[in-house]
Design a protein around this ligand. Sequence first.
Ligand SMILES: *[C@@H]1O[C@H](CO)[C@@H](O)[C@H](O)[C@H]1NC(C)=O
Ligand SMILES: *[C@@H]1O[C@H](CO)[C@@H](O)[C@H](O)[C@H]1NC(C)=O
Ligand SMILES: *[C@@H]1O[C@H](CO)[C@@H](O)[C@H](O)[C@H]1NC(C)=O
Length: 403
Amino acid sequence: MHLLSTVFSLFIFVYLSGILNCYDIWNDVPCFKQFTPEECKPENVELLTVDDYDKCGPAALEKNARNYFLGASGRRLTYKDNKDAFSRIKIVPKVLRDVSRNQINSSTLGIEVDFPIGASPVALQRLAHPDGELATVKGLSNFKTIMILSNFASTLIEDVGKAAEGTLLQLWMQVYLYKDRRVTLDIVRRAERSGFKAFVTTVDAPVHAFITCNARAKSFSLNASVVNVDASVVGNGDVSDLSLTFEDITWLKSQTKLPIIVKGILNGNDAKRAILAGASAIMVSNHGGRQMDGTLATIDALPKVVAAVNKLYPRRQVFLDGGVRSGTDVYKALARGARMVFVGRPTIWGLALGGSEGVRKMMTLLRNDFNQTMLIAGASKPSEIKEDTLLPALNKLLGIIDV
Ligand SMILES: *[C@@H]1O[C@H](CO)[C@@H](O)[C@H](O)[C@H]1NC(C)=O
Ligand SMILES: *[C@@H]1O[C@H](CO)[C@@H](O)[C@H](O)[C@H]1NC(C)=O
Ligand SMILES: *[C@@H]1O[C@H](CO)[C@@H](O)[C@H](O)[C@H]1NC(C)=O
C-alpha cells in the first residue's frame, strides 16, 4: 500500500510537471537540456558562451514565456537541425596570413555595421523582460548594427524608433502582408516616420504552425500583447493573406522607397522570383523552426539561394537566421555567401538573464568569438572569408543540389 501510493504520487508528480513544462519531459536535445533556475544561479554557472545563454535563458522565465520562446513546430526537427547543421560543417584554417590588421566590420543596404551580426525579429519581448523591445534597443545601442523589430512587438513602433534615435543602432521593420492591406500600410508609414531603414516581409507563414508544447500547457496565456496591430486583425493565428503571390512583393515595393527584404526563403528558385518581384535582399530563414518542421536547416539552404541570387544579380545580398550560436557559425554562414546573420532566441535569453545588459553581453560574446574565428582561420576582413575554407566543399554540394 505504501509502495503503491509512492508510485502513484510519483506518477502524479511526473504527469503534473509534464503539464507544467513539457520541455522537461521532451528533452530532445541532450546538450541543450533545460537547466533549472538552481543550476543557473550565478554561483553555479558563468555565462561565457552563447550556448550558456541558450541553456540558462529559459530557466530565467516563467513557464508560459519559456514555452512561447522555446516553441517550435511539429517534432522540433528543424529547430534542432538549425544548430546541428552548423556542427556538420568544418572550417579548415589558412595559417600564416598576417591578420594583424584584422577588421570585422561590414556594410549592408547602405548601413555600416561593426560586425555582420544583427537581431532577428522576435515577438512580444516584454514577456522576456518588463522593458521588452526598449531593453533590446538599449543593449544594442552602442553597436553599429541592425535590429529588426517584430510585427508583433509589445512596444510601439514610435517608441522603439525614439529609443534608437541618435544611437549607433539602425532599425528595420518586419511587416506581414495582411488581407487588409491598410493594416500593412499603417505599419509601413509609421515605421518610415520613425526612422526605420528597411522592411523585412516574412513569407513563410500563410498560417502560423501548430506549436504542440504551447497547446499542451492548458493554461497557456501570455502576459504581454501585440501593440502595433489590432489584436482582432491578428486573429486566431491567421496572419496573412492565403492568396499571396510574388506579385504582392511587387505591390509592397511600390508602396515605399525603402528596401524590401524577403524573409523565409529556402530555395534558389523562390529567391530568384523574390528578387525579380522587387526584393532588395533575401533572408534565408525557416522561422526558427516554428513553421515547416522537417525542412532544411538554414545553413544547408543557403548555398543554393546564394548561387541563384548571384547568377541573377551578383551584388544582391543574402542574409541568414536560424541556429547561429557562435562565432564559428557566423563564419560558416559568411563563407557560404551570407552578407550578415541575425540571431533571435539568443537576444531573448540575453533579455531574460540581464535585460539590456544581458543583450549587450550576449552580442559582445558573439562578436568576440567571430573576431577570434576570423583571426585563427586567417581572414583579415569579412570579404576574405571564403568558401574554400569549409568542408564539405560547395562545388560538391551544388553538384547534388539543382540550382
Ligand atoms: C571597415 O572599417 C574601416 C575603418 O573604418 C573602413 O575603412 C572600411 O571601409 C570598413 N569596411 C567595410 C566593409 O565597410
Ligand atoms: C504580468 O505583468 C504584470 C505587469 O507588468 C506583472 O505585475 C505580473 O507580475 C506579470 N505576471 C507574470 C505571471 O509574469
Ligand atoms: C579582434 O581581436 C584582436 C586580437 O585580440 C584585437 O586586437 C581586436 O581589437 C579585436 N577586434 C574587435 C573588433 O574586437
